[in-house]
Design a protein around this ligand. Structure first.
Ligand code: AHG
Ligand code: MN
Ligand code: MN
Ligand code: MN
Length: 327
């Protein structure tokens, strides 16, 4: 039986953050406050997601984002809610969002943090009542506090993240995050309005038998991907692909498995975005004992060149990522 951390399962997220903050000798409480701000926004999105069908806030918003994707109403609502929560929290100086082409300078020059976020991941699933999520990365700004936000602030390698996490709006709403000292999961109790520690010190199995990939693009995959898919079938592995990265990732994190979004004919760098999808999940996966690469190099070592840069993404159990990316 793996040794569980001393913290008892069931304490609230607030108490857990406070406890962990005390472990950091020079913690000023700003990162703690930022995590609370994100949890608050998650509670609000939980409420919107759970009423989407009733409030006619499902369906398309009628605009396209910088990705050329048709924005769903909940994409836009989630984006507004997170931006508002982060602005009101006062800890960030800038935000990078999937739903905004440019850097969002929140006019708070004393903010020490940058948040890169995918406010609603798995938008295609909103109208069919399938799990969706939010993904976030937190960086410390590199430009001087009090001055203007710089490009360097928002194009940092994933290895510079001070925290990362996701919210999963599924059969229950969960918040899973890391600050670089392991991964912990919290389940939301709407009747109390609190997140409670439910998955302490999450570790991903070194191996697994679940593979997640959209085989619809099989014909345009590179040879090593086709070879790996054939290997999975020969091994009688289980194919599970929900179309919500957060949901597929979370299941593989708990049970063992691999999620792959490789290069394909439509997109030579795959579909997923480095800054606000891959970096956060790569940080979490490595902190839980797993692996995340673009097929060649560690995701967290990639120097971003643009805000919405895409990368091929192989993430999950170490042995499976190694097997999938072997030549
Ligand atoms: P988003 O909804 O934030 O744009 O992300 C969708 C992503 C990811 O969540 C999912 O795994 C993948 O797109 C599904 O893509 P395909 O439909 O091309 O398989
Ligand atoms: Mn999208
Ligand atoms: Mn996404
Ligand atoms: Mn999204």
């Amino acid at each position: 039986m793996q040794n569980r951390i001393a913290t008892p399962v069931g304490i609230t997220l607030d108490r857990f953050i406070k406890k962990k903050q005390n472990d950091f000798a020079f913690a000023t409480g700003e990162l703690s406050q930022l995590l609370r701000d994100i949890a608050l926004a998650g509670k609000i999105i939980h409420r919107e997601v759970n009423r989407a069908g009733l409030l006619s806030i499902s369906g398309a918003y009628g605009t396209e984002n910088v990705q050329g994707e048709e924005q769903q109403k909940l994409d836009v609502i989630a984006n507004i809610r997170f931006i508002r929560a982060l602005k009101n929290g006062g800890e960030v100086c800038a935000i990078v969002s999937e739903e905004d082409e440019e850097i969002l300078d929140v006019q708070n020059p004393n903010g020490r943090y940058i948040v890169a976020m995918d406010p609603l991941d798995g938008s295609s699933n909103i109208d069919v009542n399938v799990s969706i999520g939010t993904i976030f990365s937190i960086f410390r700004r590199v430009s001087p506090v009090g001055g203007p936000v710089s490009q360097e602030d928002v194009l940092q390698k994933g290895s510079e993240q001070v925290a990362a996490g996701y919210l999963l709006y599924g059969s229950s709403t969960m918040m899973v995050y890391t600050t670089g000292r392991g991964v912990n999961g919290f389940t939301y109790d709407p009747s109390l309005g609190e997140f409670f520690l439910s998955h302490a010190n999450i570790r991903i199995p070194k191996d697994g038998n679940i593979y997640s990939i959209n085989e619809g693009s099989y014909e345009s995959f590179e040879p090593h991907v086709i070879k790996y898919i054939k290997f999975c079938k020969k091994q009688n592995y289980t194919a599970r692909y929900i179309g919500s990265l957060v949901a597929d990732f979370h299941r593989n994190l708990l049970k063992g498995g691999i999620y792959i979004y490789p290069a394909n004919k439509k997109s030579v760098n795959g579909k997923l975005r480095l800054n606000y999808e891959c970096n956060a999940l790569a940080f979490i996966c490595e902190q839980a004992g797993g692996k995340a690469t673009d097929g060649k190099q560690r995701i967290l070592d990639i120097q971003p060149k643009s805000l919405h840069q895409r990368v091929p993404f192989y993430v999950g159990s170490t042995n499976m990522v190694d097997a999938a990316t072997a030549d």
